[in-house]
Design a binder for this molecule. Structure first.
Ligand code: CMP
Length: 143
């Protein structure tokens, strides 16, 4: 079954949005198969956001994502990668539709509440960066 990596960023954690955001993905029918509240090191942030290292906002991005606890998650389900992206809304919350996480909770592109993998390749890479194999669970021993 397809898996994706989602992360509630420091702004979402500080604003007590973890429960409300998790509830949306649970209600949709996805399964939470890995989760941890953690603080990201500079090294992990630079690896995770490596594709943006030449962007002018890279320093700001790393500073922000390491500024406080994040809630890192692995979700599982049919087409979860693209469906979770649709549920998150556009990267810039000003352009994100109402009913999406960023559209409902965010205001600025830097503090946009949540990150989600954009492809199967990034999901695999990001899950591997944040989780050990034994931290990802199955709900049934037959899964
Ligand atoms: P995310 O999905 O985590 O992936 C890269 C992040 O870079 C993105 O969400 C935004 O939070 C951030 N980002 C994109 N554009 C800008 C920008 N112009 N200024 C600051 N941060 C940005």
């Amino acid at each position: 079954m397809e898996k994706t990596f989602l992360m509630i960023k420091p702004d979402g954690v500080q604003r007590n949005l973890i429960g409300g955001i998790v509830a949306r993905f649970e209600a949709k029918g996805f399964k939470l198969v890995g989760a941890k509240l953690m603080t990201i090191s500079d090294e992990l942030a630079e690896k995770h956001y490596g594709e943006h290292k030449d962007k002018p906002f890279f320093g700001e991005l790393v500073d922000f994502i390491t500024s406080g606890p994040v809630f890192a998650m692995v979700w599982e389900g049919e087409d979860v990668i693209l469906t979770a992206r649709a549920m998150m809304g556009k990267t810039n919350p000003k352009e994100a539709a109402s009913g999406t996480v960023r559209g409902d909770y965010g205001l600025t592109v830097g503090k946009n509440i949540i990150h989600g993998s954009d492809s199967a390749e990034s999901a695999e890479r990001e899950i591997g960066l944040f989780f050990d194999r034994e931290e990802i669970l199955s709900y049934s021993k037959h899964d």
